[in-house]
Write a new protein. Sequence first.
Length: 180
Amino acid sequence: MHGTPRRVDATIRPFFDPVQRPDRFAEVCMVIRRRNGKIPLSIKRFYPRGAYRLPTGGVQHGERIIDALRRETDEETALLVEVRRFVAWITYRDVAAPNGPPLFHTFAFLLDEAGGTFKTRDEEEQIENWIEVEPFSLSEVADRLDAIPSVASGDIGGDWADWGHFRAIVHRAVAKELAG
């Protein structure tokens, strides 16, 4: 339905949010192409400084992926969007058991802004700020996320370096797919 995604198998250290949350098995990643051609990135109040990233949201057990995508896009941006393409499907496994069962999935979609007023509807998201970047700069965003120093965090239940590595993977996959 929306094309064949780039498939990525990745290994991660799984001890952080959202991978260990029991209410979800996956997340959707919203690659929203604004009318100006740029892609919005968000940062939450408790993130390391400069850790802007593509918005994501949980897919709950029993929820259709497309329904989660529409719900999360509305909650985080209030934009009306058209789904253009299923860009990437990332499957994560524990670095200690790379042949083990999947721990989590990220489903990234390219969306085109079709209307609405950009704002965060759900205050519980704790989004502090948004910036917009050119699509070609997503690899640089991945590099910044990969460079986050190792610091334990109660906010995510793990280490920021592990979280940054996890978040960098989808940015690299999306960058490659949009470039090619």
